[in-house]
Write a protein that binds this ligand. Structure first.
Ligand code: PGA
Length: 254
């Protein structure tokens, strides 16, 4: 059975561990209750680093995660260890039971000035540590025509530079999130019918699962799956457990 992926990117939220636990547990408990009918869905929760140990399947005080909920990080550093104040190494994440990691999110590209070269190094470091990267790409401005495709192709090419060909034969080892930057956090998603062409374009280049991200809500979530995406990357709407569960339900019905 082909699984649909739903990534919850909590970004820099919520502000307390208590709230984080409440959010995580409400999604986890709901998933547990319906796990037998949700076998076609994989949920990847990406909380801020500081909350990860609380949700790790490896720590003694956390209950075992249900079969379809996985832990992801929002970023990582490319070096293995050493004098890199404030950074988190790939192995630290791996040792916590983290399986996925978001790489190249547009907020980091823009606010923290992450370059394609840095993203390429992070991607390679994640692969080396056997973490599954969720690589974010997408055009900055709302535009039609060849400029958009050029921009996306360039991001992809630079991010994947130097990654061995053999890796591309393992279809589940990397996930691509197509996120038009102008649609992220704006409440103004790219209409599903307008994402179709980009999806086809990406399918010609890579065999990896492709997600849509950018102001996803429960009303339109399933439309992206119907267009052909393998899942969704959800930001704001993943912070409201009821809304997030509605998104999961919508995808599960497809
Ligand atoms: P959003 O964020 O759903 O709030 O637009 C998406 C993302 O994390 O990129």
């Amino acid at each position: 059975m082909i699984q649909k992926l739903i990534v919850a990117n909590w970004k820099m939220n919520p502000q307390s561990l208590k709230e984080a636990k409440k959010l995580f547990n409400s999604v986890k408990n709901w998933l547990k209750r319906y796990s037998n009918v949700l076998k076609n869905i994989r949920i990847i929760i990406c909380p801020p680093f500081v909350y990860l140990p609380n949700f790790s399947p490896l720590t003694s005080n956390s209950q075992h995660l249900t079969s379809n909920i996985y832990l992801g990080a929002q970023d990582l550093f490319w070096e293995e260890k050493g004098a890199f104040t404030g950074e988190i190494s790939p192995r630290m994440l791996k040792n916590l039971g983290v399986e996925y990691v978001i790489v190249g999110h547009s907020e980091r590209r823009k606010i923290l000035e992450e370059t394609d070269e840095m993203i390429n190094k992070k991607l390679k470091a994640a692969i080396k540590a056997k973490l599954k990267p969720i690589l974010c790409i997408g055009e900055k401005r709302r535009e039609v025509g060849s400029r958009k495709y050029e921009e996306i192709r360039n991001q992809l090419k630079k991010a994947l530079k130097g990654i061995p060909n053999s890796f591309f034969r393992l279809p589940d080892s990397l996930i691509i999130a197509y996120e038009p930057v102008w649609a992220i956090g704006t409440g103004n998603p790219c209409k599903p019918e307008n994402t179709k062409e980009v999806l086809l374009f990406l399918r010609k280049i890579v065999k990896f699962p492709i997600l849509y991200g950018g102001s996803v809500n429960s009303k339109i979530a399933k439309d992206y799956i119907e267009v052909g995406f393998d899942g969704l990357l959800v930001g704001g709407a993943s912070l409201d457990s009821k809304e997030f569960i509605e998104i999961i339900k919508g995808v599960a019905r497809c």
